[in-house]
Structure formats: C-alpha cells, structure tokens
Design a protein around this ligand. Structure first.
Ligand code: HEM
Length: 445
C-alpha cells in the first residue's frame, strides 16, 4: 500500500492529513510524525514514552535471545549497554585514537584513485567508497579485518540488512508468522549460524591476543554484572552489540557519501566553492582530521545532504510504552512510531519554497545543527535513542568527502551532463542511491 518508497507516500499523505497521522499496518497501530514541532513532542517532551523499539521477528531469531543495543526495548539492559558504549566506545579520545588508521586507509584509497585517473578509468564511486568506509569502520570495531575476509562478513551483513529491511508480514500480522509465507525463517536460520561462526572466531582471537578495538573493549567487561538488575555482559551480548554496530555504521555513512558526491557533481558551482575553501584553508596537501572544524562550507554541504537525503528517512521505528494523548490524538500502548525526517527536511514552513534545491548556503548564519536538538534537521534522531555514532559518522563522512573533492575533479561517464544523473532512491534498512554512482576522477593537486 505504501509502495517502494514509503517515506514519499507518507509525505504526500501528511500533506493531506496533517503532521500526526494514525494508520494501521496489519494489526499494528502506527503513528506517523511529519513536522518539527510534532517531532519535538514525541522525541523530547514525551521521549520516555516513545523510546522503546518494536520487536522485529528476523532480528529476534538472528540474535536468538541475545540483545544488542539498536533494536532492544527500553529498560535496564539497554540503559547499561548504551552507557557502556557512550563511555567506552564513542568517547572523543577513543574516536581520536583511530585517526591514524583512518588516515592510512584513506591514503591507500587516494593512491588507487590516482591510478584510475592516470588510466582515465570510470570508477564505481558507490562501491569504492562503501569499501573504504567498511575498512575504516571495521578496523575500529573488529581490528584486523583482513583475517576475517574468508567469512565474507560484508555479504552476511548485506543479507541481514535485506532480511531486516524486507516488509515482514509476521511483524504486522503476528499469527502469520507460523506460516512463514515469505520464506524468511529458513534464510534467517542459515544466516544466524554463519554469523555466529564468524563472531565466535573474532571473540576467540581477541581472547588470545588483547586488542583495543570495540570487541576488545567489550571483552574487558565479559561476564561482569552491568547493573543492579543482574544483567551480565556475556558472550552473546558482545555478539549482538557487535552486529548492531556493524549494521548501524556501514550503509549509513556510505549512502550519505554517495548522495553528497552526487549532489556536488550535479551542482558544479557548489563543487567549485567547496574546492576553493579547501585550497584556501588547506592548500596543496592532504586533508587532516584536525582541519575539519575549519571547513565551514563542508559543514553546510553535509547538513544540506542530510536534509535532502536522510539515510534513515523514517528513523529507526520506536514503540510507545503506555497509552497517551498527544495533540488530541489517542495513541495506545505498543503503537509503532515512524518519524518522517525525509518529510521534515522538505517542510516549506522551515526551508522556504526552494526545499527541493540543493543549496548549502541556506545554512549561512543558521543555527540549525545536527546535534538532535533542532527538530527541523534530525537525520541522527533525537532524545534517548539519538544515534551514538553521530560524531564518528560525521568525522568519517567529512574526511572522505573533503579528500575526494580536494584531490579530484569528477566527470560523469559517456558525456552525461550533470542534470541527467539519475537520483532515484532505494528504500531498505537505509536509503542509498538505486543505481551506483560512477564517474571519472581527474587528479587536480
Ligand atoms: C551518516 C551516518 C549515520 C546516520 C545518518 C545515522 C542515523 C541513525 C539514526 C536515525 C538512528 C535512530 C535514532 C532514533 O531512533 O532517534 C541511529 C541509531 C543508532 N546508530 Fe547511527 N547513524 C549513522 C552512523 C552511525 C555509526 C558510524 C555508528 C556506529 C559505529 C552508529 C550506531 C548507531 C547505533 C548503535 C544506534 C542505535 C541507538 C539506540 O537504539 O540506542 N550510527 N543512527
């Protein structure tokens, strides 16, 4: 009913029915939120009521009773895991400690693009940037990634995101679960076994040789009690948190990067202005992470990209924990809540009439930031469940984007003009481009 691009269908419905809509998906009452003030009511004023997550059948059987962070219901276990992740994994010094790794991986990447430039090759940017982001992120989560190549971890994660992104009838009409009409159960079982095997290997390796990546940090807490409720950080928790981190980090940053570069290629004057900023702030050397705070136009380009192309267009679904009335609308306990940030980014009351235009200058003298406090722009969500990887994600995106634009001009293949570039979206667990972005790099340093 909602089609292949539900965020767009819901956006059109909200224009007709308003910023709080109540719909029924199967037997699940669902509320769709589509304006900044209403989002603030759900994610700030009544955040405690809406900060849980619904159960997703596929993930439940993959995790087999294990609990991670992203899809876990609100409660003492989630609170303890979230606190641990914020303090130990996402703190500024931990993120900073992986800067040399990011620099090294990026330098190799730029060298490979230089070779492509010499050979005048067209490069599949979507794929290349996805691989680069994967290398950077997995090194931080798992350590020596090469060692795990034989397990095809990326393929397994892709299968997981396909399964989790599929519209599973059993999530909306629970009694149909027993019939497995879509054949998801069998695929889920096989995938669960494969993932378990690779995670066992990773944990065993880390137990034999201490490492300071995410898995290593979690293992320092192995079998310790996390809270007075008796929750333990056991082997299964470590596996589930590791999977959540990988799923949450890979496609999100990669999709943001391909959209940003697509928009820059489609808007040569923005590209030029960005390159001029890089030349005047950095000059003829590589971009370093400590340059990023000085690059104001880059910051506007990233905010504008995430306004038009939020990679989680309906956030991650929330579930209400009690009956509540908001703005005259009765919302029963266990309703599903979808916040349409894609629609919010196109609200003409906030963004004026040129909402569809890629125009980073709209952020000059604007105090609308990405922190999750300005409800006009919440691609990382807000409140208790706000994305804990926001800082890491933004560093990765800005560093890669700045380097790609500083070192190269980009030409579309076969004489295609910028306005012919296909910008169709592909809705799943994230919102990447439907077709890969391909272009020819021309070295300019
Ligand atoms: C462009 C990059 C990213 C975007 C746009 C993004 C967006 C989001 C969004 C919208 C949510 C749900 C927020 C809500 O319900 O209010 C979320 C949750 C989450 N993100 Fe991100 N994310 C990004 C990168 C990352 C990275 C790099 C990591 C980790 C390495 C990460 C880890 C997580 C986790 C663990 C959660 C679940 C939090 C919870 O439920 O408590 N994300 N993210």
């Amino acid at each position: 009913m909602l089609g292949m691009l539900p965020h767009r269908s819901l956006y059109h419905l909200a224009k007709k029915h308003g910023p709080i809509m109540s719909i029924r998906l199967g037997s699940v009452p669902t509320v769709v939120v589509s304006s900044p003030p209403v989002a603030e009511m759900f994610l700030k004023t009544h955040d405690a009521v809406f900060a849980s997550r619904p159960k997703v059948q596929v993930l439940q059987s993959i995790y087999n009773g294990k609990k991670g962070i992203a899809f876990t219901e609100l409660g003492p276990y989630w609170r303890s895991v979230r606190k641990f992740c914020n303090q130990q994994l996402f703190n500024a010094s931990k993120i900073e400690s992986f800067a040399p790794t990011r620099k090294e991986v990026l330098a190799h990447f730029i060298e490979s693009l230089k070779e492509a430039a010499v050979a005048k090759e067209v490069v599949n940017i979507s794929k290349k940037v996805g691989d680069l982001n994967e290398k950077m992120t997995l090194k931080m989560i798992l350590g020596p990634v090469k060692k795990y190549e034989e397990f095809n971890l990326k393929e397994l994660i892709d299968e997981l995101t396909n399964l989790a992104g599929a519209f599973n009838l059993a999530d909306f009409v629970p009694f149909l679960g027993a019939f497995d009409l879509q054949g998801l159960k069998a695929r889920t079982r096989t995938l669960g076994e494969k993932l378990d095997k690779v995670l066992e290997t990773i944990i065993n390796d880390h137990q034999q040789q201490k490492q300071d990546d995410f898995v290593g940090m979690m293992l320092t807490e192995l079998n310790k009690q996390m809270n007075p409720d008796g929750d333990i950080m056991d082997r299964n928790s470590i596996k589930a948190i590791t999977i959540d981190m990988i799923v949450a980090s890979l496609d999100t940053s990669a999709a943001t990067l391909e959209w940003a570069l697509s928009e820059l290629i489609r808007h040569p004057s923005v590209m030029l202005k960005f390159q001029q900023e890089l030349e005047s702030v950095i000059g003829k050397r590589m971009v370093e992470e400590n340059d990023l705070p000085k690059l104001e136009y880059l910051d506007m380009v990233v905010r504008e990209t995430l306004r038009l192309h939020p990679v989680a267009p309906l956030l991650v679904p929330r579930e209400s924990m009690e009956d509540i009335v908001i703005d005259g609308c009765y919302i029963p306990k266990k309703s599903r809540v979808l916040v349409n940030v894609w629609a919010i980014g196109r609200d003409p009351n906030v963004w004026s009439n040129n909402v569809e235009e890629f125009f980073p200058e709209r952020f000059i003298n604007s105090n609308i930031e990405l922190h999750g406090h300005d409800f006009e722009l919440i691609p990382f969500g807000s409140g208790r469940r706000v994305c804990p990887g926001k800082k890491l994600g933004l560093i990765t995106i800005k560093l890669i984007l700045a380097q790609l634009v500083h070192c190269f001009d980009w030409e579309l293949p076969s004489g295609m003009s910028p306005n012919e570039l296909d910008m169709t979206e592909n809705f799943g667990t994230s919102l990447p481009r439907k077709t890969n972005l391909c272009a020819k790099p021309i070295y300019r340093m």
